[in-house]
Write a new protein. Structure first.
Ligand SMILES: *Cc1c(COP(=O)(O)O)cnc(C)c1O
Length: 341
Protein backbone atom coordinates (compact mmCIF):
# COMPACT_ATOMS: atom_id res chain seq x y z
CA UNK A 1 0.00 0.00 0.00
CA UNK A 2 1.50 3.31 -1.14
CA UNK A 3 0.65 6.30 1.04
CA UNK A 4 1.44 9.69 -0.42
CA UNK A 5 1.19 12.60 2.02
CA UNK A 6 3.59 14.93 0.25
CA UNK A 7 0.77 17.24 -0.78
CA UNK A 8 -2.97 17.40 -1.41
CA UNK A 9 -2.07 17.89 -5.09
CA UNK A 10 -1.28 14.18 -5.58
CA UNK A 11 -4.92 13.08 -5.92
CA UNK A 12 -6.21 11.57 -9.14
CA UNK A 13 -9.60 12.49 -10.61
CA UNK A 14 -12.36 10.24 -9.26
CA UNK A 15 -14.70 8.24 -11.49
CA UNK A 16 -17.45 10.82 -11.04
CA UNK A 17 -15.09 13.65 -11.92
CA UNK A 18 -13.80 11.82 -15.01
CA UNK A 19 -17.37 11.25 -16.12
CA UNK A 20 -18.08 14.97 -15.82
CA UNK A 21 -14.95 15.70 -17.85
CA UNK A 22 -15.89 13.20 -20.56
CA UNK A 23 -19.29 14.77 -21.06
CA UNK A 24 -18.26 18.44 -20.78
CA UNK A 25 -19.54 20.77 -23.45
CA UNK A 26 -16.54 22.69 -24.77
CA UNK A 27 -15.48 25.44 -27.17
CA UNK A 28 -12.49 27.72 -27.75
CA UNK A 29 -12.16 29.65 -24.50
CA UNK A 30 -9.77 32.25 -25.95
CA UNK A 31 -12.75 33.27 -28.10
CA UNK A 32 -14.94 33.11 -24.98
CA UNK A 33 -16.75 30.15 -26.52
CA UNK A 34 -16.34 27.47 -23.88
CA UNK A 35 -19.69 27.20 -22.07
CA UNK A 36 -18.25 25.09 -19.25
CA UNK A 37 -15.46 27.57 -18.51
CA UNK A 38 -18.00 30.40 -18.64
CA UNK A 39 -20.24 28.50 -16.21
CA UNK A 40 -17.36 27.88 -13.79
CA UNK A 41 -16.29 31.53 -13.87
CA UNK A 42 -19.86 32.70 -13.26
CA UNK A 43 -20.38 30.18 -10.47
CA UNK A 44 -17.20 31.30 -8.67
CA UNK A 45 -17.92 35.02 -9.05
CA UNK A 46 -21.42 34.53 -7.65
CA UNK A 47 -20.20 32.33 -4.85
CA UNK A 48 -17.94 35.12 -3.54
CA UNK A 49 -20.35 37.94 -4.45
CA UNK A 50 -17.87 39.46 -6.88
CA UNK A 51 -18.45 40.57 -10.47
CA UNK A 52 -16.34 38.24 -12.59
CA UNK A 53 -13.76 35.47 -12.60
CA UNK A 54 -11.11 34.11 -14.96
CA UNK A 55 -10.03 30.47 -15.18
CA UNK A 56 -6.28 29.75 -15.25
CA UNK A 57 -4.08 26.64 -15.30
CA UNK A 58 -2.54 27.13 -11.84
CA UNK A 59 -2.69 29.02 -8.56
CA UNK A 60 0.72 30.47 -9.25
CA UNK A 61 -0.70 32.07 -12.36
CA UNK A 62 -3.79 33.49 -10.63
CA UNK A 63 -1.65 34.97 -7.84
CA UNK A 64 0.89 36.40 -10.25
CA UNK A 65 -1.79 37.91 -12.48
CA UNK A 66 -3.41 39.54 -9.45
CA UNK A 67 -0.10 41.09 -8.37
CA UNK A 68 0.57 42.30 -11.92
CA UNK A 69 -2.86 43.92 -12.28
CA UNK A 70 -2.79 45.59 -8.86
CA UNK A 71 0.70 47.12 -9.21
CA UNK A 72 3.12 49.08 -11.42
CA UNK A 73 6.85 48.27 -11.70
CA UNK A 74 8.69 49.84 -8.77
CA UNK A 75 5.77 49.46 -6.38
CA UNK A 76 6.03 47.40 -3.21
CA UNK A 77 3.75 44.77 -1.72
CA UNK A 78 3.47 43.62 1.88
CA UNK A 79 3.17 39.93 2.74
CA UNK A 80 3.98 37.54 5.56
CA UNK A 81 7.53 36.19 5.13
CA UNK A 82 6.49 32.59 4.53
CA UNK A 83 3.93 33.46 1.83
CA UNK A 84 3.63 31.21 -1.22
CA UNK A 85 3.63 34.27 -3.53
CA UNK A 86 7.06 35.20 -2.21
CA UNK A 87 8.73 31.85 -1.49
CA UNK A 88 7.28 29.37 -3.95
CA UNK A 89 6.47 31.20 -7.16
CA UNK A 90 9.95 31.29 -8.63
CA UNK A 91 10.60 34.96 -7.98
CA UNK A 92 7.54 35.80 -10.07
CA UNK A 93 6.83 39.03 -8.19
CA UNK A 94 10.13 40.46 -9.46
CA UNK A 95 10.06 38.63 -12.81
CA UNK A 96 6.51 39.46 -13.85
CA UNK A 97 5.71 42.67 -12.02
CA UNK A 98 9.03 44.36 -11.13
CA UNK A 99 7.65 44.82 -7.63
CA UNK A 100 9.64 44.73 -4.39
CA UNK A 101 8.46 42.78 -1.39
CA UNK A 102 8.23 43.91 2.22
CA UNK A 103 8.12 40.69 4.17
CA UNK A 104 6.73 40.73 7.68
CA UNK A 105 7.09 38.07 10.36
CA UNK A 106 3.64 37.00 11.45
CA UNK A 107 2.14 34.13 13.39
CA UNK A 108 2.38 30.77 11.57
CA UNK A 109 2.10 32.45 8.18
CA UNK A 110 -0.60 34.87 9.23
CA UNK A 111 0.01 38.59 8.95
CA UNK A 112 -0.83 40.56 12.09
CA UNK A 113 -3.08 43.56 11.31
CA UNK A 114 -0.93 45.84 13.50
CA UNK A 115 2.13 45.14 11.32
CA UNK A 116 0.63 46.68 8.19
CA UNK A 117 0.72 50.42 8.93
CA UNK A 118 4.37 50.48 10.14
CA UNK A 119 5.36 48.84 6.83
CA UNK A 120 3.61 51.32 4.54
CA UNK A 121 6.19 53.62 3.01
CA UNK A 122 5.76 57.39 3.31
CA UNK A 123 4.65 59.19 0.16
CA UNK A 124 8.12 60.39 -0.75
CA UNK A 125 10.21 59.98 -3.91
CA UNK A 126 12.84 57.93 -2.04
CA UNK A 127 10.56 55.02 -1.32
CA UNK A 128 8.82 52.39 -3.38
CA UNK A 129 5.08 53.01 -3.39
CA UNK A 130 3.31 50.55 -1.10
CA UNK A 131 0.44 49.35 -3.22
CA UNK A 132 -0.75 45.88 -2.24
CA UNK A 133 -1.16 43.49 0.69
CA UNK A 134 -1.42 39.75 0.04
CA UNK A 135 -2.90 37.32 2.55
CA UNK A 136 -2.73 33.50 2.45
CA UNK A 137 -5.58 31.46 3.95
CA UNK A 138 -4.92 28.72 4.91
CA UNK A 139 -1.20 29.34 5.26
CA UNK A 140 0.83 26.57 3.67
CA UNK A 141 4.14 27.05 5.54
CA UNK A 142 2.14 27.99 8.62
CA UNK A 143 0.95 24.37 8.75
CA UNK A 144 -2.55 25.03 7.42
CA UNK A 145 -3.31 27.82 9.92
CA UNK A 146 -6.46 29.91 9.36
CA UNK A 147 -7.35 33.55 9.88
CA UNK A 148 -10.40 34.38 11.97
CA UNK A 149 -13.02 36.41 10.11
CA UNK A 150 -12.44 39.24 12.59
CA UNK A 151 -8.74 39.42 11.70
CA UNK A 152 -9.49 39.39 7.97
CA UNK A 153 -11.96 42.24 8.50
CA UNK A 154 -9.38 44.21 10.48
CA UNK A 155 -6.76 43.72 7.73
CA UNK A 156 -9.23 44.66 5.02
CA UNK A 157 -10.27 47.83 6.91
CA UNK A 158 -6.66 48.93 7.30
CA UNK A 159 -5.95 48.34 3.61
CA UNK A 160 -9.01 50.28 2.50
CA UNK A 161 -8.35 53.19 4.85
CA UNK A 162 -4.79 53.38 3.51
CA UNK A 163 -5.73 52.94 -0.15
CA UNK A 164 -3.91 49.62 -0.49
CA UNK A 165 -5.23 46.83 -2.69
CA UNK A 166 -5.74 43.51 -0.95
CA UNK A 167 -5.40 40.07 -2.55
CA UNK A 168 -6.30 36.73 -0.98
CA UNK A 169 -4.28 33.66 -1.95
CA UNK A 170 -7.13 31.28 -1.20
CA UNK A 171 -5.49 28.14 -2.59
CA UNK A 172 -7.08 26.27 0.35
CA UNK A 173 -9.84 28.74 1.22
CA UNK A 174 -12.51 26.06 1.62
CA UNK A 175 -10.39 24.28 4.22
CA UNK A 176 -10.24 27.56 6.12
CA UNK A 177 -13.96 28.33 5.84
CA UNK A 178 -14.89 24.88 7.14
CA UNK A 179 -12.93 25.56 10.31
CA UNK A 180 -13.62 29.25 10.93
CA UNK A 181 -17.22 29.19 9.77
CA UNK A 182 -17.05 32.32 7.63
CA UNK A 183 -18.99 32.41 4.39
CA UNK A 184 -17.83 33.09 0.85
CA UNK A 185 -20.00 36.19 0.30
CA UNK A 186 -18.63 37.89 3.39
CA UNK A 187 -15.12 36.95 2.35
CA UNK A 188 -15.63 38.36 -1.14
CA UNK A 189 -16.57 41.73 0.35
CA UNK A 190 -13.19 42.01 2.11
CA UNK A 191 -10.85 41.61 -0.87
CA UNK A 192 -10.11 43.23 -4.23
CA UNK A 193 -9.18 39.84 -5.65
CA UNK A 194 -9.25 36.20 -4.59
CA UNK A 195 -7.53 33.18 -6.08
CA UNK A 196 -8.88 29.70 -5.42
CA UNK A 197 -7.21 26.36 -6.33
CA UNK A 198 -9.05 23.28 -7.54
CA UNK A 199 -6.04 20.98 -7.66
CA UNK A 200 -5.44 20.94 -3.89
CA UNK A 201 -8.00 19.49 -1.49
CA UNK A 202 -10.78 19.79 -4.05
CA UNK A 203 -9.16 17.02 -6.11
CA UNK A 204 -9.27 18.38 -9.67
CA UNK A 205 -6.31 17.64 -11.96
CA UNK A 206 -5.57 21.35 -12.58
CA UNK A 207 -7.10 24.78 -12.47
CA UNK A 208 -7.50 27.92 -10.42
CA UNK A 209 -9.82 30.89 -10.68
CA UNK A 210 -9.06 34.53 -10.06
CA UNK A 211 -12.08 36.52 -8.91
CA UNK A 212 -12.58 40.30 -8.81
CA UNK A 213 -14.50 43.19 -10.30
CA UNK A 214 -15.16 43.60 -14.02
CA UNK A 215 -12.34 46.06 -14.67
CA UNK A 216 -9.85 43.91 -12.77
CA UNK A 217 -10.81 40.72 -14.61
CA UNK A 218 -10.67 42.51 -17.97
CA UNK A 219 -7.02 43.37 -17.27
CA UNK A 220 -6.40 39.91 -15.82
CA UNK A 221 -7.47 38.25 -19.10
CA UNK A 222 -4.86 40.26 -20.98
CA UNK A 223 -2.11 39.21 -18.53
CA UNK A 224 -3.28 35.59 -18.67
CA UNK A 225 -2.76 35.67 -22.45
CA UNK A 226 0.69 37.28 -22.11
CA UNK A 227 1.74 34.55 -19.66
CA UNK A 228 0.58 31.85 -22.05
CA UNK A 229 -2.37 30.85 -19.92
CA UNK A 230 -5.07 31.22 -22.57
CA UNK A 231 -6.31 27.66 -23.06
CA UNK A 232 -8.68 26.41 -25.74
CA UNK A 233 -11.15 23.60 -24.92
CA UNK A 234 -10.43 24.06 -21.23
CA UNK A 235 -14.01 23.15 -20.35
CA UNK A 236 -12.58 19.63 -19.93
CA UNK A 237 -10.74 20.98 -16.89
CA UNK A 238 -13.45 23.44 -15.84
CA UNK A 239 -15.97 20.58 -15.64
CA UNK A 240 -13.69 18.85 -13.12
CA UNK A 241 -13.60 22.09 -11.11
CA UNK A 242 -17.39 22.44 -11.15
CA UNK A 243 -17.65 18.81 -10.06
CA UNK A 244 -15.18 19.56 -7.24
CA UNK A 245 -17.19 22.56 -6.01
CA UNK A 246 -20.39 20.51 -6.03
CA UNK A 247 -18.99 17.36 -4.44
CA UNK A 248 -15.70 17.85 -2.66
CA UNK A 249 -16.05 20.82 -0.31
CA UNK A 250 -17.98 19.32 2.61
CA UNK A 251 -15.79 16.22 2.64
CA UNK A 252 -12.68 18.30 3.44
CA UNK A 253 -13.67 17.79 7.06
CA UNK A 254 -12.61 14.15 6.62
CA UNK A 255 -9.12 15.34 5.70
CA UNK A 256 -9.11 17.55 8.80
CA UNK A 257 -10.25 14.68 11.01
CA UNK A 258 -7.50 12.40 9.70
CA UNK A 259 -4.93 15.16 10.11
CA UNK A 260 -5.88 15.46 13.81
CA UNK A 261 -5.40 11.71 14.24
CA UNK A 262 -1.97 11.90 12.61
CA UNK A 263 -1.16 14.81 14.91
CA UNK A 264 -2.03 12.80 18.01
CA UNK A 265 -0.06 9.83 16.74
CA UNK A 266 2.98 12.03 16.05
CA UNK A 267 2.71 13.83 19.37
CA UNK A 268 3.55 10.55 21.14
CA UNK A 269 6.77 9.97 19.22
CA UNK A 270 10.07 10.69 20.98
CA UNK A 271 11.73 11.85 17.73
CA UNK A 272 9.23 14.70 17.33
CA UNK A 273 10.33 17.92 19.01
CA UNK A 274 7.23 19.88 18.18
CA UNK A 275 4.18 19.92 15.92
CA UNK A 276 2.64 23.10 14.57
CA UNK A 277 -0.96 23.16 15.84
CA UNK A 278 -3.08 21.25 13.31
CA UNK A 279 -6.09 23.29 12.18
CA UNK A 280 -6.83 21.87 8.73
CA UNK A 281 -5.16 19.23 6.52
CA UNK A 282 -1.47 20.10 6.91
CA UNK A 283 0.81 18.69 9.60
CA UNK A 284 4.31 20.15 10.01
CA UNK A 285 6.62 18.53 12.52
CA UNK A 286 10.04 19.56 13.83
CA UNK A 287 12.36 16.61 14.44
CA UNK A 288 14.70 16.31 17.42
CA UNK A 289 18.11 17.82 16.59
CA UNK A 290 19.83 14.43 16.88
CA UNK A 291 17.78 12.96 14.04
CA UNK A 292 18.74 13.74 10.46
CA UNK A 293 15.75 14.80 8.40
CA UNK A 294 16.83 12.67 5.41
CA UNK A 295 17.17 9.58 7.59
CA UNK A 296 13.59 9.98 8.75
CA UNK A 297 12.10 10.86 5.35
CA UNK A 298 13.98 7.94 3.74
CA UNK A 299 12.75 5.54 6.42
CA UNK A 300 9.19 6.63 5.66
CA UNK A 301 9.73 6.23 1.90
CA UNK A 302 11.17 2.73 2.38
CA UNK A 303 7.96 1.89 4.20
CA UNK A 304 5.82 3.29 1.37
CA UNK A 305 4.92 6.52 3.17
CA UNK A 306 5.85 9.65 1.27
CA UNK A 307 6.32 12.97 3.05
CA UNK A 308 8.43 16.04 2.25
CA UNK A 309 10.98 18.01 4.16
CA UNK A 310 10.05 21.69 4.16
CA UNK A 311 13.17 22.97 5.93
CA UNK A 312 15.90 21.94 8.39
CA UNK A 313 14.42 19.37 10.84
CA UNK A 314 11.00 19.99 9.29
CA UNK A 315 8.73 17.40 7.71
CA UNK A 316 5.29 17.99 6.23
CA UNK A 317 2.34 15.65 5.81
CA UNK A 318 -0.84 16.68 3.97
CA UNK A 319 -4.08 14.71 4.05
CA UNK A 320 -6.33 14.56 1.01
CA UNK A 321 -9.16 12.79 -0.76
CA UNK A 322 -7.14 9.75 -1.79
CA UNK A 323 -6.03 9.12 1.80
CA UNK A 324 -8.48 6.87 3.66
CA UNK A 325 -8.83 5.36 7.13
CA UNK A 326 -6.99 2.19 6.19
CA UNK A 327 -4.00 4.22 4.98
CA UNK A 328 -4.26 6.34 8.11
CA UNK A 329 -3.94 3.29 10.36
CA UNK A 330 -0.95 2.07 8.35
CA UNK A 331 0.67 5.53 8.43
CA UNK A 332 0.33 5.64 12.22
CA UNK A 333 1.97 2.19 12.45
CA UNK A 334 4.89 3.32 10.33
CA UNK A 335 5.35 6.49 12.41
CA UNK A 336 5.03 4.47 15.61
CA UNK A 337 7.64 1.92 14.53
CA UNK A 338 10.41 4.41 13.79
CA UNK A 339 11.49 4.71 17.41
CA UNK A 340 11.96 0.96 17.59
CA UNK A 341 14.71 1.05 14.98
C1 LIG B 1 -0.38 25.38 -4.13
C2 LIG B 1 -0.48 26.79 -3.73
C3 LIG B 1 -0.60 27.81 -4.68
C4 LIG B 1 -0.63 27.58 -6.16
O1 LIG B 1 0.18 26.60 -6.62
P1 LIG B 1 0.05 25.93 -8.06
O2 LIG B 1 0.79 24.67 -7.86
O3 LIG B 1 0.69 26.87 -9.00
O4 LIG B 1 -1.40 25.73 -8.38
C5 LIG B 1 -0.72 29.10 -4.22
N1 LIG B 1 -0.74 29.37 -2.91
C6 LIG B 1 -0.65 28.43 -1.98
C7 LIG B 1 -0.74 28.80 -0.54
C8 LIG B 1 -0.52 27.10 -2.34
O5 LIG B 1 -0.41 26.16 -1.40
Amino acid sequence: MQIDLRSDTVTRPSTGMLKAMMSAEVGDDVFGDDPTVNALEKKCAEMFGMEQAVFCPSGTMTNQIAIKVHTQPGDELICEQSSHVYRYEGGGIAFNSGVSVRTVQGDRGRLNPEDIIPNINPDNAHFPKTQLVTIENTSNRGGGSCYSTATLKAISDICRKNKLKIHLDGARIFNALLVTGGNTLELGSLFDSISVCFSKGLGAPAGSVLIGNEKFIYKARRIRKVLGGGMRQSGIYASACIYALDNNIARLKEDHRRAKILESCLSNQPYVEKILPVETNIIIIHLQKTLETDTFVNYLAQNSLKAVSTGPQQVRFVTHLDFDDEQLAKACDILENFKKM
